[in-house]
Write a protein that binds this ligand. Structure first.
Ligand code: 5GP
Length: 220
């Protein structure tokens, strides 16, 4: 069976990755979203096992030592990582997987899984990003400052990605991302079954066509 595609979405905190992801998963119900593990405290409204697997530092470090992460990174003051096993299982079953992670993690994935498709989501500009982080109201001013600094550094990596999507208008960003997913699914390497099928014959249709040829010949 062909392996699933691994899509990696990266972009600054506050750029709208979560909203884009939710919309993409609505349209691609067969896609598996990898729930990350983090040592960050849950925010209001976040659910363990849905938004993240929230764990303490000791558990996270134990999983690092067991080589249990496809990638992990320290972001601002906390650890974030992609549990390896569920992603491997989905890909092996031919299911497409979506990760939503920061830059260092995305680059680790690119090293380990060269066929992964890396998409960088940009804000229209840094002031807009700052506005979104302030309005979201989920982080202290100090954390927002750290996240903005990190966002600026991360922009330097955008050119190492396969695609760049600007999240100015949400609808546009979602349709751009959906177009990337669709295009990647149409690459010849991922269309092997269709190529094989295109070279095969349909016995029923062939019989009908033989009859047709006979009639045409009889009419000559
Ligand atoms: P937040 O605290 O805002 O939920 O996430 C902070 C940053 O960590 C975001 O850029 C988010 O995409 C990233 N992140 C979430 N999960 C993972 C993960 O599993 N690995 C890595 N490397 N980054 C992650």
């Amino acid at each position: 069976m062909d392996r699933g595609n691994l899509f990696v979405m990266t972009g600054a905190s506050g750029v709208g990755k979560g909203t884009i992801r939710a919309r993409l998963l609505e349209y691609n119900r067969d896609m598996y979203y990898s729930v990350s593990m983090t040592t960050r405290a849950p925010r209001l409204g976040e659910t363990n096992g849905v938004d993240y697997h929230f764990v303490d530092r000791a558990s996270f470090e134990a999983k690092i030592n067991q080589d249990g992460f496809l990638e992990y990174a320290k972001y601002v003051d906390d650890y974030y990582g992609t549990p390896r096993e569920p992603v491997e299982q989905a890909l092996a079953k031919g299911v497409d997987v979506l990760l939503e992670i920061e830059v260092q993690g995305a680059l680790q994935v690119a090293d380990k899984v060269p066929e992964a498709i890396l998409v960088f989501v940009l804000p229209p500009n840094l002031s807009e990003l700052r506005r979104r982080l302030l309005l979201r109201g989920t982080d202290s001013l100090e954390k927002i400052a750290k996240r903005l600094l990190r966002a600026k550094e991360e922009l330097g990596y955008a050119e190492r990605f396969d695609y760049v999507v600007v999240n100015g208008r949400l609808d546009r960003a979602v349709s751009d991302f959906a177009a990337i997913i669709q295009s990647e699914r149409l690459r010849p390497g991922r269309m092997k079954k269709a190529i094989q099928r295109a070279g095969s014959k349909d016995a029923g249709l062939e019989a009908e066509l033989d009859q047709l040829v006979k009639k045409l010949q009889a009419g000559d």
